[in-house]
Design a binder for this molecule. Structure first.
Ligand SMILES: Nc1nc2c(ncn2[C@@H]2O[C@H](COP(=O)(O)OP(=O)(O)OP(=O)(O)O)[C@@H](O)[C@H]2O)c(=O)[nH]1
Ligand SMILES: [Mg+2]
Length: 307
């Protein structure tokens, strides 16, 4: 390219574009931040996203007369994707396959133990039914532990799912020790060479110390391979607090957001991951049927959020 052509190109670029600076981008970023906040993304995370957006955008050039707010999603996509992408990805199906291979070389079988936790009514039992259905379809043998010996009707609720799906269940008497039920289920799974034990527990609020201590006892007794928190996507910012509270009591390995189909906002997921320092979201609950458990793919979520 001749020197003149080069200079001409620089000139044309200058007149047809303008530089993004603090002043001209401020309103667009602020507006985007407000959209995030009004869609259940916590204040802390919204501010963090804004800060990163600013750093990324300042000094870049935009087409003359173009609207900066239209450029925001392009810059925001990788920022949000990074926040919600697990630091250490976890694929339960792959873990079970690996564990099965390991077990064939051992004389004693070691099923993987999944402990499901969460506050009242978030969707624990339904999600366990969905996961059992999925694992059974994948060819794994599942044993359910009905460790909610607290709420009336809880035993029958899980029993109905177990019968429908065709998986083994160990139930307990109401008022009996929930950790003992889980322990029995693990013993049964070991004896019968099952692949997975999924423990259903009562809903509990972090302020209820007795129930939180009971939860820690189940954790100690069962030594779960994966402790999974179920949060209700509709809980909005409260979901973030729940994740923080539970993660403080027992270290979480994964989170499942139930009722994503009913949530029109969808922002809680970002805050929940951020607040737990990157505990991976494993699945999304997307309805009331057994098939309605969808693997969480960060890119798809962000595309939908910013479309
Ligand atoms: N729309 C929709 N509803 C769901 C989803 N997951 C669970 N539910 C519904 O939420 C309600 C509560 O679900 P449960 O599975 O009983 O919740 P839980 O956490 O076990 O409740 P407790 O044991 O009482 O703490 C039920 O009516 C479920 O059908 C979901 O992904 N989408
Ligand atoms: Mg339940």
């Amino acid at each position: 390219m001749s020197a003149l052509k080069k200079r001409m190109n620089v000139f044309l670029r200058k007149v047809s574009t303008y530089e993004i600076n603090e002043k001209n981008v401020r309103t667009a970023i602020r507006e985007f931040e407000l959209i995030l906040i009004s869609n259940d993304v916590s204040l802390t995370v919204s501010k963090e996203i804004s800060r990163k957006l600013k750093t990324k955008m300042l000094g870049k050039r935009a087409k003359r007369f173009s609207d900066l707010s239209k450029m925001i999603p392009v810059f925001a996509k990788p920022i949000i994707t990074e926040i919600i992408s697990p630091k250490k990805p976890l694929n339960l199906i792959e873990e079970l396959k690996t564990n099965r291979k390991k077990s064939t070389h051992l004389t004693t079988n070691q099923p993987l133990v999944f402990l499901f936790l969460g506050i009242n009514g978030t969707g624990k039992t339904t999600t366990i039914a969905k996961l059992s259905y999925m694992l059974k379809k994948e060819g794994f043998r599942v044993v359910l532990a009905s460790s909610d010996t607290f709420r009336s009707g809880a035993q029958e609720q899980l029993q109905i799912h177990a019968d429908r799906i065709g998986v083994k269940i160990i139930t307990g008497k109401y008022g009996s020790d929930s950790a003992a039920v889980a322990y029995d289920a693990i013993a049964h799974a070991k004896a019968k060479y099952a692949d997975a034990v999924i423990i259903d527990t009562s809903g509990r609020m972090a302020v209820n110390r007795d129930l939180m201590e009971e939860m820690k006892k189940i954790y100690r007794v069962t030594e779960p391979d994966y402790t999974i928190l179920i949060v209700d996507a509709l809980a909005g910012n409260d979901a973030t607090e729940q994740a923080k509270d539970f993660h403080k009591e027992v270290p979480l390995d994964g989170i499942i957001l139930a009722k994503m189909d009913a949530d029109t906002r969808g922002g809680a997921l970002i805050s929940v991951t951020f607040a737990t320092g990157g505990v991976p979201v494993l699945y999304l609950g997307t309805g009331q049927e057994y098939e309605d458990l969808t693997p969480f793919i960060p890119k798809n979520y962000v595309d939908q959020l910013l479309e």
